[in-house]
Design a protein around this ligand. Structure first.
Ligand code: PMT
Length: 219
């Protein structure tokens, strides 16, 4: 159908910042609210897709008709994505996945004692890069949150993570990035000039991202 180009197609979207536990009451996280991922979920649903939203948010309302998978850590997010990956037509990694997690989770609340304490961190698996290596026909969209050298870093991620598209946000801009209702992004794809999307609501940006992905998928 013309108006429902993603009818009967599965779209998997991650949203929000992961939480990496330190002890029963503390964790490491970041400023991602999940709004960009939820906007993408609404946009994909409106195109007819069967949407799986893998989210860390405990506050955003699950969009009507979208299947929510609630996760907390990067490891849980990875497992949840893996479970849906094989049959997905499009996978969008809009989540801000923590690059590191504490090497040890204390099962008791850590008491304050010394003047300094060291928290040892270990690297999390790069979910997007893993998917890039596994993918068959899935169209893989990653994000890049950068404060400088955007073009260079975004192109680097496109190649290294074997994504079909990288959506780069300049998070140093006042109306873009973490926890804002608007975004301003550049879209990078192999053998294409970057496409600049001017500042707009995250909902409008989400619709533009999917429209561009659809034209590229047809090629
Ligand atoms: O949630 P909002 O408040 O609406 O904000 C939206 C956003 C700024 C979080 C979003 O638009 C965004 O840019 N998300 C990606 C943020 C990020 O972590 O970027 P990155 O450059 O560190 O990671 C690059 C890509 O690899 C991302 O698609 C990320 O999901 C993925 N990644 C990163 C690390 C990791 N261990 N596994 C991953 O899959």
């Amino acid at each position: 159908e013309k108006n429902l180009p993603l009818k009967n197609q599965k779209v998997v979207i991650t949203a929000g910042g992961t939480k990496e536990r330190i002890d029963p009451v503390r964790y490491i996280t970041n400023d991602s609210s999940g709004k960009m991922g939820y906007s993408l979920a609404v946009a994909a649903r409106n195109l007819g897709a069967e949407v799986y939203l893998i989210s860390t948010s405990k506050v955003l309302k699950t969009p009507y008709g979208v299947t929510l998978v609630s996760v907390e850590t990067a490891e849980q997010m990875h497992q949840a994505v893996n479970a849906e990956f094989e049959k997905a037509a499009i996978v969008i990694m809009a989540a801000a996945v923590s690059d590191y997690r504490p090497s040890h989770i204390s099962n008791k609340k850590i008491k304050k004692n010394e003047q300094e304490m060291v928290l040892r961190l270990v690297k999390n698996t790069d979910i997007l890069a893993t998917l890039g290596n596994q993918k068959k026909d899935q169209f893989l969209i990653g994000f890049a949150a950068e404060t400088h050298n955007i073009q260079e870093y975004a192109k680097d991620k496109l190649i290294k993570k074997k994504a079909d598209m990288i959506v780069a946000n300049d998070v140093s801009k006042p109306n873009a990035g973490f926890n804002k209702d608007t975004n301003e992004v550049s879209i990078f794809m192999m053998d294409e000039e970057p496409i600049e999307l001017t500042v707009n609501s995250k909902q409008a940006i989400a619709e533009e991202i999917l429209a561009i992905a659809l034209t590229k998928m047809k090629k």
